[in-house]
Design a protein around this ligand. Structure first.
Ligand SMILES: Cc1ncc(C[n+]2csc(CCOP(=O)(O)OP(=O)(O)O)c2C)c(N)n1
Ligand SMILES: [Mg+2]
Length: 552
C-alpha cells in the first residue's frame, strides 16, 4: 500500500509512542499536518517556534522520551533554535522536524532556504535530511535512537516539501529500542573498595536518564551508606531536600559551606552530570584535568568520561542503570562520615531559611514560605533565567522526582512554555511558573496557548522593572551607570484578562496567599504579577549595597 511522506512521518511517530507534538505551521509541511488531521496525536499549535521547541524540551525532560516539535524552514527553525540549544546543553531527548524547501530548488538560496545540516550541527546531536520518502522509517527510527541513547539530546530532521507529497511503498515503522549500558561487577567492586577507604565521600546527582525508581534507589543507597548528596544546577528534583542526607544545590550561588565540603571531599561520586561551568562554580571546585578528590564519574556517554576531569573510576551507564546495580553492594558497618553528613544537611537547612528582612512592601521570602506551606509535594515548578529564580532554587524544598523543569543552560523565557507542556502532561497537578518581567515577555505569548487548550497553569511574574541580573552585574562593575537594563512593562493582570485568563497584582506580601487561592480557584491559566522593589535584587544584598561595594 502506498502512502505519502506526510502519512509515513505520522505513522512513524505513532509507532514510537508519540502522543503529542508542538508546532507552528508552515506551508512547507502541509502533507504532515494533513496526516495529523486523521491521527489521534494531540497537536498543540503555538505562537512562536522558540516556545514550541521549549515545550518539546519540557516533554522530553519530564518523560525521558523525545519531545516532538514541528516548524517551518528558515524563519521557523531559526526561532526554534532557542529550544534546541536548551535541549543540547541540558541533555534532553527531543526531535525537531523542519519543513524544508523542495528538492529541485536546493542550494539556490530559495525562499527561506537554510541548509540546516550545516547551520545546526552545534545545536543538535544529529541533523539529517530525508530526501526519499521510502526512507522515513529508517530516519525516524534513528532519530529516536540518537536522541535517547548515550547522552540524550536534540535531533533535527528536515523534510523537503515535495518529498512529503510523494506516494511510496515503505516498511511498516517499528518502535525504537532504548540503548542501555550497565556497570560491570568489577566496577561496582572498585566503587565498594573506594567507599571502604574514604574519609569524606560525597555524591553529586545530575544529568538526565533518571526515573522514579532510580531516585528512590539513590535515596536508599545514600541512607545505607550515610552519604551526603548534593544536586547539580537545575537538577534539584533528584533528591528530597528534607531528607537527612541532602546537602544542597551545587549550582550558581552555592552555599559557601557546601562549596568548602565539595573541595575538601576525598571521594566524589558524580552521577549523571558533567560538572560543567555552573555546578563547578566556574570550574573551581575540582581541578582540571586531575581533581584533588578521587573521582568516580558515572555518565551514559563514554565521550563525556574524561573529557574535562580525569576520573579514577569511569563507569559508562545511565543513572537509572547504575542505581539498579547498587543494590548488590552490602550495607557497611557505621561509616566514619555520619557526623559530616548530618552537619551538611544542617548547613543546607540553615542556608534555605528565608531571610528576615527585605526592602519594599513585598517580601519574596514570606511568599516562598507561603508556597512551601500551601502547595503539594507533587507541584511542578518551572522557570527561565533571572535573579528571581534564586527565590525558587534556594528556598523551595523540592521533594519529588519530576517536579522541576528549568534550563541549566540559563535560557530566559523557558518557564512559561515549559509550564504549558507540564500542565498538558500532568493536568491533575499544580504547575507554577516563576518568571521575571524580562523572562515572561520573551515567550509570554504562549499564555494564549495555555488558554486555547484550557491548561490552568499559574505564572508568577516577579516584576522589578528591569533585566535585574544584568543590572546587578552593571552595578557591581560600573556602579550607577545603568545601560540597557530598565524595562517599562504592561499591566500583567490586564494582559492575562485580555488573553482570557485570570489576572492578579500583588503589591504587598499579605495579598499573595489570597491572590494565589483565587487564581487556583478560577480554573483558568493565571498570571500573578508580584511587584518587587528593585532593591530586593538578591536574598542577602540590596542593589545599593552591591553598587557601593565597588572599590572597598
Ligand atoms: C535568552 C536570554 N537572553 C539574555 C540572557 C541574559 N540574561 C540573563 S538574566 C537576564 C535578566 C533577566 O531579567 P528578569 O527576567 O526580569 O529577571 P530579574 O533578573 O530581573 O529577576 C538577562 C538579560 C539570557 N540568559 N537568556
Ligand atoms: Mg526583572
Amino acid at each position: 500500500m502506498k502512502r505519502t511522506g506526510g502519512q509515513l512521518i505520522v505513522e512513524a511517530l505513532k509507532a514510537n509512542g508519540v502522543q503529542r507534538i508542538s508546532c507552528v505551521p508552515g506551508e512547507s509541511f502541509l502533507a504532515v499536518l494533513d496526516a495529523l488531521h486523521d491521527s489521534d496525536i494531540k497537536v498543540l499549535v503555538c505562537r512562536q517556534e522558540g516556545g514550541a521547541a521549549m515545550m518539546a524540551d519540557a516533554w522530553g525532560r519530564l518523560t525521558g522520551e523525545p519531545g516532538i516539535c514541528m516548524v517551518t524552514r528558515g524563519p521557523g527553525a531559526t526561532n526554534a533554535s532557542a529550544g534546541l540549544h536548551i535541549a543540547r546543553q541540558d541533555s534532553i531527548p527531543m526531535i525537531l522536524f523542519i519543513g524544508q524547501v523542495q528538492r529541485d530548488a536546493r542550494e539556490r538560496e530559495a525562499f527561506q532556504e537554510v541548509e540546516f545540516r550545516r547551520a545546526f550541527t552545534e545545536f543538535a546531536k544529529w541533523v539529517g535530511e530525508i530526501d526519499d520518502a521510502a526512507r522515513i522509517p529508517e530516519f525516524v527510527t534513528r532519530a529516536f535512537a540518537v536522541a535517547t541513547s548515550g547522552r540524550p539530546g536534540p535531533v533535527v530532521l528536515t523534510l523537503p516539501e515535495d518529498m512529503l507529497r510523494d506516494e511510496v511503498e515503505a516498511p511498516q515503522a517499528k518502535p525504537y529500542t532504548p540503548v542501555a549500558a550497565h556497570p560491570g561487577r568489577s566496577q561496582i567492586n572498585d566503587l565498594r573498595q573506594r567507599l571502604i577507604t574514604a574519609e569524606r565521600p560525597m555524591v553529586i546527582l545530575g544529568g538526565t536518564r533518571w526515573d522514579k525508581d532510580a531516585v528512590a534507589g539513590i535515596e536508599s543507597f545514600a541512607e545505607r551508606f550515610k552519604l551526603p548528596v548534593g544536586c547539580s544546577f537545575r537538577r534539584q528534583m533528584l533528591f528530597d531536600h528534607l531528607h537527612p542526607n541532602y546537602a544542597g544545590d551545587v549550582g550558581i550561588g552555592i552555599n559557601p559551606a557546601l562549596a568548602k565540603e565539595v573541595k575538601e571531599a576525598d571521594l566524589l561520586i558524580l552521577l549523571g552530570g558533567r560538572f560543567s561551568e555552573m555546578p563547578s562554580s566556574g570550574y573551581t571546585l575540582m581541578d582540571i584535568p586531575y581533581p584533588r578528590q578521587q573521582l568516580v564519574h558515572i555518565h551514559p556517554d563514554p565521550s563525556e568520561l574524561g573529557r574535562v576531569y580525569r576520573p579514577d573510576l569511569a563507569i559508562c551507564a545511565s543513572p537509572a542503570d547504575f542505581v539498579a546495580a547498587l543494590s548488590d553492594l552490602e550495607t557497611p558497618t557505621e561509616p566514619r562520615w555520619t557526623e559530616r553528613t548530618e552537619r551538611m544537611h544542617a548547613a543546607y537547612l540553615a542556608w534555605s531559611k528565608t531571610p528576615e528582612k527585605s526592602p519594599g512592601a513585598v517580601h519574596m521570602g514570606r511568599i516562598m514560605d507561603w508556597i512551601e506551606t500551601n502547595t503539594a509535594d507533587d507541584t511542578i515548578f518551572t522557570n527561565g533565567a533571572g535573579n528571581y529564580a534564586t527565590w525558587l532554587h534556594r528556598f523551595h524544598r523540592f521533594r519529588r522526582f519530576n517536579t522541576q523543569a528549568a534550563p541549566a543552560s540559563g535560557s530566559m523565557g523557558y518557564g512559561l512554555p515549559a509550564a504549558v507542556a507540564a500542565k498538558q502532561l500532568f493536568p491533575e497537578r499544580d504547575v507554577i511558573c516563576f518568571a521575571g518581567d524580562g523572562c515572561f515577555m520573551m515567550h509570554g505569548q504562549e499564555f494564549a496557548t495555555a488558554v486555547q487548550y484550557g491548561l490552568p497553569l499559574i505564572a508568577l511574574v516577579i516584576n522589578n522593572g528591569m533585566y535585574g541580573t544584568i543590572r546587578m552585574h552593571q552595578e557591581r562593575e560600573y556602579p550607577g551607570r545603568v545601560s540597557a537594563t530598565a524595562l517599562n512593562n504592561p499591566d500583567f493582570a490586564a494582559l492575562a484578562h485580555a488573553y482570557g485568563g485570570h489576572g492578579e497584582t500583588v503589591r504587598v506580601t499579605e495579598d499573595f496567599g489570597p491572590a494565589f487561592e483565587r487564581a487556583r480557584a478560577s480554573g483558568k491559566p493565571a498570571i500573578i504579577e508580584i511587584v518587587l522593589d528593585p532593591e530586593a535584587i538578591t536574598p542577602s544584598r540590596t542593589l545599593t549595597e552591591i553598587s557601593q561595594a565597588k572599590g572597598r
